[in-house]
Write a protein that binds this ligand. Structure first.
Ligand code: GYE
Length: 303
């Protein structure tokens, strides 16, 4: 592939794409990786090079640098944190390799460093959770603890902001503690154990993703309380385990975050390589579910 002069590439007309994934921290991430690997296949015209950064920015930068060195046609990645990308993105640009952001944003001021950004509106997701809490649980005075996603990541920053904005007008709703659980089930559980030791008046857990909420279930049950009843749990993602917990009454509300970004990525990559113009921002559609909604949706969930 690449410049089309026949001097390099894979000997056919496949598009070589390097994808630098964040890691395998959550059910969402597993579904996202599967969507990308199932879509960017040779049958669909792609030669996919895939790397897993194990949630470390330095690994992601190294992967991107190796894709530049291999002179791939397109680089795509989901930035683990928002900041610190300008230098490597400038190198890709100087090498003439277009970059597509999937899922998470960067905070670079120069938006010519990437051609398109595909993913959900995380502020909106946090806002929808906050609205639901305020309207359904905030009719009396409630204490909320927050399990934040990875520090410095776009979804953690934006979901916190959206939630805070939505509850700002309701003085019944107070966030009494907030810490990162790094988007994993294990850390969600540990942080929740700490919250339960420090506070005996927790009414609601707001977890930035399902996995941390699932960890919180374990901590709450170990403390002899009923998740979903004694302590309500609201989360974001809508993966199978999260939807099952919601249908079982252990979660109370989920705002979906769609991980199936492979098809949009394939389409944008093809257009970019063909020299066509592409949309700078593609916002994915997200649903929301309460317990009854989860029961109805579960049989047809893809992930
Ligand atoms: O919500 C979480 C994952 O960036 C939207 O990352 C993604 C988030 C998702 O670890 O489960």
């Amino acid at each position: 592939a690449n410049t089309g002069d026949g001097a390099e590439g894979n000997g056919d007309d496949l598009i070589t794409i390097g994808f630098a994934q964040v890691g395998a921290e959550s059910g969402w991430r597993t579904a996202n990786t599967k969507s990308i690997q199932d879509t960017l296949t040779t049958e669909n015209g792609f030669d996919l090079k895939f790397s897993d950064a194990q949630q470390k920015q330095e690994n992601q930068i190294q992967a991107i640098r190796s894709y530049i060195a291999q002179n791939v046609d397109v680089i795509a990645f989901s930035p683990v944190v928002e900041s610190g990308w300008d230098a490597v993105l400038q190198d890709a640009k100087d090498a003439g390799i277009p970059v597509i952001l999937t899922d998470r944003a960067v905070d670079s001021e120069d938006d010519s460093l990437y051609v398109s950004f595909i993913g959900s509106d995380f502020v909106e997701e946090g806002h929808r959770v906050g609205e639901w809490v305020s309207e359904n649980l905030g009719t009396e005075s409630i204490n909320v603890v927050e399990l934040q996603g990875t520090t410095g990541s776009a979804p953690a920053i934006d979901r916190k902001e959206g939630f805070e904005d939505a509850i700002a007008g309701n003085s019944n709703v107070t966030v009494i503690d907030s810490q990162t659980g790094n988007f994993t089930r294990a850390e969600g559980k540990t942080v929740m154990e700490g919250f339960l030791q420090a506070h005996d008046d927790i009414d609601v857990v707001f977890a930035h993703n399902d996995d941390m909420g699932l960890g919180a279930i374990e901590a709450i049950e170990a403390a002899g309380k009923k998740p979903g009843v004694d302590i309500k749990i609201v989360t974001i993602d809508g993966v199978k385990d999260g939807m099952t917990a919601l249908a079982d009454g252990k979660f109370n509300y989920i705002v979906e975050c769609n991980p199936l970004l492979g098809p949009d990525l394939a389409e944008i990559a093809k257009k970019v390589v063909a020299g066509e113009s592409v949309e700078k921002r593609i916002v994915t559609h997200d649903d929301a579910f309460d317990q009854e909604g989860a029961k109805a949706a579960l049989p047809n969930r893809q992930y």
